[in-house]
Ligand binder design. Structure first.
Ligand SMILES: [Zn+2]
Length: 163
């Protein structure tokens, strides 16, 4: 499944570990929804997870969750020990707010891995989730000018918050 270019979406990979390990990939689009992309995960994906299976879930999102979503993520991970969640983000949302910083720390102690996307991660998302124009040849990923600086900036801020 591929995402239309331009929409703020939430890309997701799910690896189920059991006797056999399977990987499913998909995306949730919040372009037309009033709610946050995270909510779509809680409403559509989470109810399908079986408590007897282990899930390694990776989200690729444009920005880190808001306080409300972050708290819901922490609560969900505490209740569902079979879920492992990694969230790859392009930027940190409202990271200067003490309330937001507290929510990110809570997410970390609940076991959530929060990571800033490197240029290679953006390229991975481009190649695996972003739909190319129909009838056109796949375009190569073109990193924008400050992609590396952006990564380093947020990586530093995140380390400061979570230290
Ligand atoms: Zn939210």
């Amino acid at each position: 499944t591929r995402q239309r270019r331009g929409g703020r979406g939430e890309e997701e990979e799910e690896e189920t570990q059991g006797k056999e390990s399977t990987t499913s990939r998909g995306y949730l689009e919040d372009e037309h929804a009033a709610s946050h992309a995270e909510i779509a995960f809680f409403n559509t994906i989470l109810p399908k997870c079986e408590s007897s299976l282990r899930y390694n879930i990776t989200w690729y999102v444009s920005s880190s969750p808001c306080v409300t979503c972050a708290d819901r993520i922490s609560e969900t991970l505490r209740k569902n020990k079979n879920l492992r969640l990694t969230i790859m983000v392009g930027r940190l949302f409202m990271w200067e707010e003490p309330e937001m910083q507290a929510a990110l720390k809570k997410m970390k102690s609940a076991g959530c891995k929060l990571r800033i996307m490197k240029p290679q991660d953006f390229e991975y998302v481009w190649q695996n989730f972003v739909e190319q124009e129909e009838g056109e040849e796949a375009k190569a990923f073109v990193p924008w000018e400050d992609i590396q600086e952006n990564f380093q900036y947020y990586e530093e801020k995140l380390a400061e918050i979570l230290q």
